[in-house]
Design a protein around this ligand. Structure first.
Ligand SMILES: [Fe+2]
Length: 153
């Protein structure tokens, strides 16, 4: 059975998680305003989580016969998460909104991966994306709660 779609979605996640770690790092560096003392270190936690998932996903891709993107150019060329030049002018709420946009994109990517791995009968990879999706949804809940909103999943 072909596993081309599974390999493709794993590599998409490699590009997106690499990019998203940079987006979170930018938030860590550029944020200003109320909540800084809690949100600044929280960005370190988020980066650690994203990088842990990135490593598991890239290594799973290798295990099933693929080749993960591994250069900045490949990440930038293939990610679907946008970035922009850093600025100190965003409010804390605007910064959280940027993070939420990324996490919601990743939630949808996980859903796609769960469907594709089902189709190609790779339930080990599916399990990785199910666990990742659970972590992403928990983070969405917490970030929306910080804004005073329901999770909206
Ligand atoms: Fe730091």
């Amino acid at each position: 059975m072909s596993n081309e779609k599974t390999k493709a979605v794993l590599n998409q996640a490699v590009a997106d998680l690499s990019q998203f770690a940079v987006v979170i790092h930018q938030a860590h560096w550029y944020m200003r305003g109320k909540g800084f003392l809690t949100m600044h270190p929280r960005m370190d936690d988020y980066m650690d989580e994203i990088n842990d998932h990135l490593d598991v996903i890239a290594e799973r891709l290798i295990i099933i016969g693929g080749s993960p993107y591994s250069t900045l150019k490949e990440f930038a060329d293939n990610t679907k998460i946008a970035d922009e030049i850093g600025t100190y002018s965003k409010t804390m709420e605007e910064r959280i909104a940027v993070l939420l946009k990324g996490y919601r994109y990743l939630k949808d990517l996980c859903a796609e991966a769960i469907a594709v791995t089902d189709e190609e009968n790779d339930h080990v990879t599916q399990d990785i994306f199910i666990g990742f999706k659970a972590d992403v949804e928990k983070t969405i809940w917490m970030l929306e709660a910080e804004l005073g909103n329901e999770p909206g999943l």
